[in-house]
Design a protein around this ligand. Structure first.
Ligand SMILES: Cc1cc2nc3c(=O)[nH]c(=O)nc-3n(C[C@H](O)[C@H](O)[C@H](O)COP(=O)(O)OP(=O)(O)OC[C@H]3O[C@@H](n4cnc5c(N)ncnc54)[C@H](O)[C@@H]3O)c2cc1C
Length: 341
């Protein structure tokens, strides 16, 4: 494999409900730094139905080139169709690096593309850098339960690929009117070649805010005793406009659905504030929330491991403390409203 043929930093642009998802803009910001270091171009790969108009905002967020696959076959995300488009684009233009958001779509697509190319893939990266002279991508991520940062290299294959957690990188300030090169492509895949059909998309209507996109996550654990006891978590989340998270034991008890679960076998969250209420702090939970901006734990056991991973700890009974917090937050918000009138 001749590495000289490969150049350019690419970002897979994820589209949801007709809009570019935030992590793709964050990756354009991160990708721009890598592209500048290598003196190469930054490109986005935009796949979907009726998506071509979105390219304009990608140029404003730093993309020099946008490759577009706009076709009804890409209406809903399906691994086979998106993989085929991206593979063909890779084979034609040979990028040095491809970045994906570590979302369920990004993770699925990246692993399929990596297997088919084949090349290496670093999952859930939180730091990206590149060697200016060799173009070797340095993708770092927490390993061994967050105790070390591992920097993973792909020395033998191109393109190098990484998925990156949402809310870790920063999007550039958009430059209104900035222009780039739009390249419209057509993939050779046909509907009859695709084994999966999307019959229905079911929205989770019970969850007002997604936990992996929320700025505030209020998570509760088995220490709350019952589904009724867990209501304090819903109450605090509602007061703060946050999302409800949970430990696996809570999900297994059936108090909330699996899409609330934080941790190794649930979602990874990086909110600005994470409340852990009645959660012991098992390593499988910690790996899913340890990169939160501010972690506040409430637990009646002063020796609970969760306190070692928290910025603030409140030792006491959640059923006494959480209602007091709700009361204080409500008073503070009311005061703010009064102050603004
Ligand atoms: C392969 C594998 C994968 C796993 N994946 C996950 C995962 O993704 N996410 C996850 O969360 N777990 C996961 N687990 C389970 C994990 O190991 C723990 O069992 C689980 O996180 C414990 O849940 P908990 O903290 O809610 O309950 P507990 O460990 O029972 O802790 C309850 C806590 O509540 C406190 N408490 C009790 N009463 C009160 C009160 N009135 N007020 C305040 N505090 C109180 C207690 O002191 C205790 O610290 C996984 C396990 C395995 C083996």
């Amino acid at each position: 494999m001749s590495f000289e043929e490969y150049s350019g930093i690419w970002v897979f642009i994820e589209v949801k409900d007709g809009e570019v998802v935030l992590v793709s803009l964050e990756l354009l910001g991160a990708g721009k730094e890598l592209a500048d270091k290598r003196g190469t171009e930054l490109a986005g790969v935009l796949i979907g139905e009726n998506v071509t108009h979105l390219a304009a905002s990608l140029f404003e967020y730093g993309a020099d080139t946008v490759y577009v696959y706009d076709d009804t076959i890409f209406k809903n995300y399906r691994t086979e169709s998106y993989m085929k488009a991206l593979l063909e684009c890779c084979q034609k233009y040979k990028p040095e690096v491809i970045l994906y958001g570590a979302t369920s779509t990004g993770k699925d697509l990246a692993s399929a593309v990596a297997t088919d190319l084949p090349t290496g893939l670093t999952a859930d990266s939180t730091i990206l850098d590149i060697e200016e002279d060799t173009g070797l991508l340095l993708a770092s991520r927490p390993a061994f339960g967050g105790n070390i940062m591992a920097t993973i290299l792909c020395k033998k294959y191109r393109p190098q690929m990484a998925t990156v957690r949402p809310k870790v990188m920063k999007a550039l300030t958009p430059e209104p009117g900035r222009k780039g090169q739009l390249i419209e492509e057509t993939a050779s895949i046909k509907e009859e070649d695709i084994r999966t059909k999307v019959l229905e998309i079911v929205q989770f209507t019970t969850q007002k805010v997604r936990i992996d996109e929320a700025d505030i996550v209020v998570a509760g654990g088995k220490g709350l005793g019952s589904e009724k006891g867990f209501q304090v978590v819903h109450d605090l989340a509602e007061t703060l406009g946050g999302a409800v998270g949970a430990s696996r034991d809570v999900v297994e008890a059936g108090w909330v659905e699996h899409h609330h679960q934080v941790g190794q076998t649930g979602l990874t969250v990086t909110p600005k504030i994470y409340f852990a209420i009645g959660i012991s702090g098992a390593i499988q939970h910690i790996v899913g929330m340890q990169n939160s901006g501010l972690i506040i734990a409430i637990n009646n056991d002063p020796e609970a491991p969760i306190f070692q991973s928290s910025h603030y700890g409140i030792v006491g009974d959640a059923f006494e403390i959480v209602p007091l917090l709700i009361q204080q937050f409500k008073q503070a918000f009311n005061q703010e409203v009064v102050d603004h009138v």
